[in-house]
Design a protein around this ligand. Structure first.
Ligand code: GSH
Length: 277
């Protein structure tokens, strides 16, 4: 691991780092906010997964989460949204597929399968690195995210509920198998056989295997992607089927941007802090 920058922030430390990833076969960058409590003890860690076109920097710069993370003693970790600098054919042709759009799954189709392994990166490799290099509690991991990252957070926690102790999402792609963003990504990364998509689809997973904690989801009613891509109602149906405890809040007037995230991020931090205490 190499340190790219470290700066004091709310008496803690905001840092950016890079490391060679076994899962992606590339150099991956990530950011960490260490709260002041991390100077003297291991603290719970809250991982954030960003949406399409974003990077590890987006949330750290735009969400305004560090002040409350410092108060609550939560470490924040953000990673990139895909491997970069591979120059695979077509990987930079569109903003909703390839670079910046890894969808936090393990691709099975060439040429993506060798590198687009963000599922295993987020679930295994990154936590192992964070827990080895930072004062991070190994038994208190939470995960949340936005849009494609909301999908990633829900899927990661629902697939591995014993490894992920709390989960929430902002405007997640709730049922990717049934919407254009998901159909494009899953066809290319996972192949045409739709029966294989269910293991990376939050609504499908939730309908079968609920997470043991309450899942918090916030959605803006003025979100331009709501009708076509996000489908939060699929989570409500899934929760009804499996008995998942779900708090889905719809907020009039809020769109898909980080102004929406900034407005509700405190509720998410408190949600996780209570479960990870
Ligand atoms: N293609 C559009 C939309 C992409 C978009 O809305 N991305 C969301 C995640 S799905 C986002 O968080 N963008 C970064 C931002 O709002 O700061 C763009 O590049 O502006």
């Amino acid at each position: 691991m190499e340190t790219l920058s470290e700066q004091r922030c709310f008496d803690g430390l905001q840092g950016r780092y890079k490391h060679p990833s076994k899962q992606t076969g590339t150099t991956m960058q990530f950011s960490v906010y260490q709260p002041p409590q991390a100077k003297s003890r291991k603290v719970p860690v809250l991982y954030y997964l960003a949406g399409l076109t974003c990077s590890d920097e987006t949330f750290m710069i735009k969400a305004g989460a560090q002040r409350l993370a410092a108060e609550l003693g939560l470490m924040l970790v953000t990673c990139d949204t895909s491997p970069r600098n591979l120059n695979l054919p077509g990987d930079a042709d569109s903003w909703d597929f390839g670079v910046g759009a890894g969808f936090y799954l393990n691709a099975t189709q060439p040429p993506w399968a060798a590198h687009y392994r963000m599922g295993a990166y987020v679930d295994e490799e990154l936590p192992a690195l964070i827990e080895a290099e930072f004062p991070a509690a190994e038994d208190r991991r939470g995960i949340f995210g936005h849009s494609m990252g909301g999908h990633g957070a829900l899927v990661t926690a629902l697939r591995n509920p014993t490894r992920w102790h709390s989960v929430s999402a902002f405007a997640p792609i709730s049922n990717p198998s049934a919407v254009p963003w998901g159909e494009k990504a899953f066809t290319n990364y996972l192949g045409a056989d739709r029966s294989l998509w269910a293991e990376w689809d939050a609504a499908e997973l939730m309908a079968k295997h609920p997470h043991p904690t309450t899942i918090l989801v916030d959605q803006g009613e003025a979100d331009a992607f709501l009708e076509r891509e996000l489908h939060p109602q699929a989570l409500e149906s899934a929760a009804m089927k499996s008995g998942q405890s779900l708090t889905l809040r719809r907020h009039i007037g809020y769109d898909h941007s980080y102004w929406f995230i900034q407005s509700f991020v405190a509720d998410h931090l408190r949600h996780h802090a209570a479960l990870l205490a």
